[in-house]
Design a binder for this molecule. Structure first.
Ligand SMILES: Cc1cc2nc3c(=O)[nH]c(=O)nc-3n(C[C@H](O)[C@H](O)[C@H](O)COP(=O)(O)OP(=O)(O)OC[C@H]3O[C@@H](n4cnc5c(N)ncnc54)[C@H](O)[C@@H]3O)c2cc1C
Length: 522
């Protein structure tokens, strides 16, 4: 398919923008659209070779690499509601108790604004603070020290600078994407709803040969019993999810003594516990923390001597979401070769809930256990219901002896999940129903080894997807900075093979790195 660059199709342009066409029943019900169908609906249309939907960190990383591969801003459109690429990530980290001064979970070379990973984030901190600690840490980890991880603020600063260098804002088209449909003759139509009051039209269609989906998490998922409580009693005050704003919980607990139930044992539970304990230590909060585990890890575990994971006091400990070899070693290699059930079993074996082993967290919890204000429960929750004096009660069947206990608390913080079903995202639901896409062995979006969405091909165009919705594919690190970079590299190679951009070989890589070091545009 040949689509002229930066040129609008016949009926688009300022005059057409006032026509304000909308989706018609024919368009909604048809899987493959023709140019005539869109024209007949009167929706303004723009042409661009490549579109990325989402405009978050995954989109940013792909666009950054495409710019490095020689693609001009005029050939890329970023369809997003976000004001800047790290907006959603910033929101989720803020909710889940990671202030910008705190350290995140990725390593020194996972730099979303620098795909070479050099100079590393530890080097950056060394230059900034003039202290050798980060350099010593990365030189000795993980034997003599825990993994070094960057501060959240360093990630934002880097993204801000790189966004300016690659002219990110020039590529952004604001709005919510409603659907992506295949085009008869090749490529895709992406339907965008512009922000109200900004455009004179209700919809805009972008006709693109290549589309990338980087929409992040389909939504927040509550545990069933907590969701039922919230719906039945319309109480979103006492039962909260760690990924939604819940500052009022900490404010209340600082203002008067209270009890809080924490559910989950991943990194977000660690963060929330840290916040609760910091508030005890720094602001004199008299909070009692009741921590409910469904699965209690007593010690090191794993199915062979070569795949052991540390664990203690309920927690499974691991530096990163997966063993490091998942991003480029033996686990990366194994995963690429597995299909169906075998791949699902692989994910189960190397994944699972875990959290880094940080000395400060271990010290806080040990102190809480000793002084009695941090207590652990292991069991299955039967029901959650309102108690007396405005409390919320968790009815729990203890693992082992089957004793039933009622645990009243002022608040419950659900730290268990961010992943909702694919269908809860409108674009995903439409793609499953009309776009030919299917699910992978763990139920998310099925992509091939180059991150092309299987079943949604529309040659000579291609639909790609990266990020959490593709977890379960041939690369399990896909929802991380480094994983998004490796996935983007595969996509850019694939696009170079189709003639969209240049291949990033050694000469281009070195010359572009040098340009970046001097802060020149790619
Ligand atoms: C709390 C938290 C901490 C994390 N910490 C780390 C870490 O330390 N290291 C690491 O490597 N990874 C980390 N991750 C994982 C991952 O790297 C980040 O979540 C990253 O932001 C994922 O990028 P993304 O582009 O897939 O999603 P996002 O950055 O969330 O971007 C998705 C974007 O798509 C937009 N969008 C959705 N639907 C539409 C639509 N219909 N139309 C237009 N736009 C739409 C959203 O508004 C959002 O702006 C963390 C994740 C979370 C939640």
């Amino acid at each position: 398919m040949s689509i002229p660059v930066g040129q609008s199709a016949g009926h688009a342009g300022p005059a057409a923008a006032t026509i304000g066409g909308d989706l018609t029943p024919e368009l909604i019900d048809t899987d493959w659209w023709t140019d005539q169908m869109v024209a007949a609906a009167g929706i303004p249309m723009q042409d661009v070779p490549l579109v990325t939907v989402g405009g978050g960190i995954g989109s940013f990383i792909l666009v950054d690499l495409l710019r490095i591969a020689g693609l001009e801003p005029s050939k890329i459109r970023v369809l997003t509601g976000a004001d800047y690429p790290w907006q959603q990530y910033e929101y989720l980290t803020r909710c889940s108790q990671i202030p910008i001064t705190e350290r995140i979970r990725s390593d020194s070379t996972a730099i979303p604004d620098n795909f070479w990973g050099f100079p590393s984030l530890a080097m950056r901190e060394f230059w900034k603070d003039k202290k050798l600690t980060p350099v010593w840490n990365v030189a000795t980890e993980p034997i003599l020290s825990d993994y070094w991880t960057p501060r959240l603020g360093a990630i934002f600063d880097g993204l801000r600078r790189e966004a300016a260098r690659i002219s990110w804002d020039d590529m952004v088209l604001k709005g919510q994407v409603r659907m992506v449909r295949r085009r008869a003759g090749g490529g895709y139509f992406v339907v965008l709803t512009p922000p109200t009051g900004v455009a004179a039209t209700r919809r805009v269609v972008i006709r693109a040969q290549f589309v990338h989906l980087g929409i992040g998490y389909p939504g927040v998922k509550f545990l069933d019993d907590l969701q039922q409580y919230r719906t039945t009693y319309e109480d979103t005050f006492r039962v909260v999810n760690a990924y939604e704003p819940h500052e009022h919980v900490y404010d209340e607990l600082k203002a008067r003594p209270g009890t809080v139930v924490v559910r989950g044992s991943g990194i977000v539970a660690s963060r929330v516990l840290q916040r609760l304990i910091d508030d005890r230590d720094r602001h004199g909060a008299q909070t009692t923390i009741l921590h409910i585990f469904r699965t209690y890890v007593k010690g090191s575990h794993g199915d062979s001597v070569f795949s052991r994971r540390k664990g203690a006091n309920g927690w499974a400990h691991q530096g990163f979401n997966y063993p490091k070899s998942a991003w480029g070693g033996q686990h990366w290699d194994q995963c690429r070769k597995l299909e169906g059930e075998a791949r699902a079993a692989f994910y189960k074996r190397i994944g699972g809930t875990n959290t880094p082993r940080r000395k400060s967290w271990l010290e806080q919890l040990a102190r809480g256990r000793k002084e009695g204000w941090y207590q652990q429960f292991v069991g299955t929750v039967q029901q959650v219901f309102p108690g007396q004096d405005g409390t919320v009660v968790t009815r729990l069947t203890a693992t082992g002896n089957g004793t039933v206990a009622d645990v009243p608390a002022s608040f419950i913080i659900d730290c268990t999940g961010l992943e909702a079903d694919l269908r809860e995202h409108r674009v995903m639901a439409d793609l499953l129903d009309h776009g030919g896409a299917g699910r992978n062995p763990i139920g998310r979006l099925d992509v091939d080894r180059e991150f092309g969405v299987r079943g949604a091909e529309s040659a000579p165009g291609k639909l790609y997807a990266t990020g959490s919705m593709t977890l379960g594919g041939y690369f399990c690190g896909v929802d991380t900075f480094l994983g998004l970079q490796l996935a983007a590299l595969d996509i850019v190679d694939d696009l170079a093979g189709q003639g969209l951009c240049r291949r990033i070989g050694p000469v281009r890589s070195i010359s572009q790195w040098w340009r970046r070091m001097r802060w020149r545009a790619p």
